[in-house]
Design a protein around this ligand. Structure first.
Ligand code: PHE
Length: 330
């Protein structure tokens, strides 16, 4: 009896304990063998013998259960230890991207016009002379073509110099009324602090039956748009020239850096030019076969807006892909 207890207590693991259980308590185990002797015992001694055996069984079971509990606890502790997670350890830092300031500015502009029910149109970057110039009232020898410093391709095609050809393409495939913007990349042979050979514009065009849309609508929407972009600035419409609009106007806002006092950014004028716009020239409608309509159009440079909003002094830095610049816009 005592040596069985000792054996149980000396077990080192659950597997050994299980073998021992079979050996002692099993059907063919030691206790079963003892109980089998009961039938050969004289009936007057039977009761005492059985009681003795039962006490032995109870005592051994107690020792066994206690040992099992201890071993299970140890096993659990071992498992927990091996699966332990140290939440105070440093993890791997993941680098999070952010939107490029030009993209973010573009999205902000698009949001404004989409909210006013403008459709968003697009066209090819490689254009032909007709859609980029001719249909926009820039005939072959028109001096205003010079303004655009075009990249020509070998086959007479060209990289579009503005998003205005999307006006033409949209009007050629759709009937009036038109209420669209066209965001996208454009290309010009230009490279300095405020010009890169590729930049982005957002074009706008609204066309309806003659008399429905007017210059007053253009003024109202662009004034509101510029307040949305820049806050409470002053907005000024200045007569200008574009071949595809008549009258044409450039739109200025009061300088957001000096509030109109005059500084380096506004060349000491107190004003920043931000938009080109005007009432669509009848020659443009004629080129696309529209009759009895009137409309207005505008175009803006997204990079210029981004530079002003984020106070970026050199536009070229926007396209160098330097992560240190981008990180400032998170
Ligand atoms: N296409 C002109 C430019 O690139 C901008 C503009 C668009 C002006 C529409 C008037 C109307 O400068």
């Amino acid at each position: 009896m005592e040596d069985l207890k000792g054996k149980i207590e000396a077990t080192a693991n659950l597997d050994d304990l299980e073998s021992l259980r079979v050996e002692i308590f099993g059907k063919k185990g030691l206790l079963a063998a003892e109980f089998a002797k009961l039938k050969d015992i004289a009936s007057e001694n039977k009761k005492e013998f059985a009681k003795g055996l039962n006490d032995k069984k109870i005592a051994l079971t107690e020792v066994f259960e206690e040992k099992k509990r201890v071993l299970l606890e140890m096993a659990l502790e071992k498992k927990l230890e091996s699966e332990r997670v140290d939440v105070s350890l440093y993890g791997y830092e993941s680098t999070k991207g952010s939107l490029h300031p030009v993209k973010e500015t573009m999205d902000k502009i698009i949001d404004y016009f989409v909210a006013l029910n403008f459709s968003v149109e697009s066209g090819p970057l490689i254009e032909n002379d007709f859609t980029n110039f001719e249909a926009l009232n820039l005939p072959k020898n028109h001096p205003a073509r010079e303004m655009q410093d075009t990249f020509f391709l070998a086959d007479g095609q060209l990289l579009r110099t503005h998003t205005s050809p999307v006006q033409i393409r949209t009007m050629m495939k759709e009937k009036p009324p038109i209420r669209m913007i066209a965001p996208g990349a454009v290309f010009r042979r230009d490279y300095d602090l405020t010009h890169t050979p590729m930049f982005h514009q957002v074009e706008g065009l609204v066309v309806d039956k003659t008399g429905v849309v007017s210059f007053a609508n253009l003024k109202a929407i662009l004034t509101d748009f510029l307040h949305y972009m820049f806050g409470e600035v002053e907005v000024r419409f200045r007569p200008s020239f574009f071949p595809f609009t008549e009258p044409s106007t450039e739109v200025d806002i009061s300088c957001i850096f000096c509030e109109g006092e005059g500084c380096r950014v506004c060349s000491h004028t107190g004003w920043l030019e931000v938009l080109g716009s005007g009432v669509v020239d009848p020659n443009v409608f004629e080129a696309v076969g529209y009759e009895d309509v009137s409309g207005y159009a505008f175009g803006l440079g997204v990079e210029r807006f981004a530079m002003l909003l984020h106070r970026v002094p050199d536009l070229r830095s926007m396209f160098e892909g330097d992560i240190r610049l981008l990180e400032q816009f998170r």
